[in-house]
Ligand binder design. Structure first.
Ligand code: MLT
Length: 309
């Protein structure tokens, strides 16, 4: 079988596919007709977030059995078109949960203690000690929007640092939240009580722009940390709220458009700190998702059950 890989994944995942006797072809940074030509005879396609798997791509991929997403989010894959084409869409929902949660915690500290800002000024020769008075997380309230795998892992870590936990998630029971030390509340209450708000929802029609101007007003002087998906937060509204100080700060790893354009308003705001979608980028996480998605592809080829996204 031919497996086309269009975003870089860790070598152990590729080895697993080759060792099973399949041909692995890589085609990174390829778009349009060249991508359609490469996928035409592929039996499986493996992607991360860099490839838009569109209706046109499914139409060009006549031999495709499965699209594997080496990661959690499948918002770059047209699921309706996959269903129409009879192609399985699988993801690797567990392998990068710890990495995503750790990056969320790192970004929370970085925002609450202005670490990137102070670092930049010190490197430029300025001893700006008196300009930075941070926020202590112990005793502060963490509002978690989306209490799935990553949200729950963040809750465990920040609970251990003495934060009070509230969570908003319409798909989870009060009991499950309480078992993890969080009070399940409506979005309004989550925003109003949070000193730090972290986002962990997928990007769906229901969550697109879930956090806009009104929600940021409710958050008030809290911090917003988003290592989930860019389109969940209105970037222009967030940039304006952080710039005028009505929101204390933001730590953003994900953007509505990636790679982010230099016009993005968040890039100009001192207290909005940013990273280029790095949350899942650890050696362990990348090896986990690559081998897990390889297993999914092999299962689909053997007509065994796969973890459907
Ligand atoms: C995911 O959906 O798993 C993450 O966004 C990870 C990534 O591919 O960078």
């Amino acid at each position: 079988m031919k497996i086309l890989v269009t975003d870089p994944i860790a070598e152990p995942g590729l080895d697993r596919l080759r060792e099973a006797g399949h041909t692995v072809e890589t085609a990174y940074d390829v778009e349009g007709d060249a991508l359609h030509a490469a996928v035409a005879d592929a039996n499986a396609l493996v992607v991360r977030s860099g490839t838009d798997v569109t209706e046109e791509l499914f139409a060009a991929a006549e031999e495709l059995t499965i699209v594997g997403r080496a990661g959690i989010g499948v918002d770059n894959i047209d699921i309706d078109a996959a269903t129409e084409a009879g192609v399985i869409v699988a993801n690797a929902p567990e392998g990068n949960v710890r990495a995503a949660a750790e990056h969320t915690v790192a970004m929370t500290f970085a925002a609450a203690r202005s670490i990137p800002q102070a670092h930049t000024r010190l490197k430029a020769g300025e001893w700006a000690k008196s300009d930075y008075l941070g926020t202590e997380l112990n005793g502060a309230t963490l509002g978690i929007v989306g209490f799935g795998r990553v949200g729950q892992e963040v809750a465990k870590k920040l609970d251990g640092l003495g934060m009070n936990l509230v969570a908003y998630d319409p798909y989870i029971s009060e009991e499950r939240a309480a078992n993890l030390g969080a009070e399940l509340v409506e979005l309004d209450e989550c925003l109003a009580s949070a000193d730090v708000l972290t986002i962990h929802t997928p990007l769906t029609p229901e969550t697109e722009n879930l956090i806009g101007e009104d929600e940021l007003d409710r958050l008030g002087r809290g911090y917003l940390v988003n290592c989930a998906r860019g389109g969940v937060v209105d970037e222009a509204a967030l940039a304006a709220a952080v710039a005028d100080g009505s929101v204390a700060g933001a730590a953003i790893d994900v953007f509505a458009e990636e790679p982010v354009s230099q016009d993005n308003p968040l890039l100009d705001v001192e207290n909005a700190i940013v990273t280029p979608h790095l949350a899942a980028s650890t050696h362990a996480a990348q090896e986990n998702v690559a081998t897990s998605i390889a297993d999914q592809v092999l299962a689909a080829f053997a007509s065994k059950p796969v973890m459907n996204a």
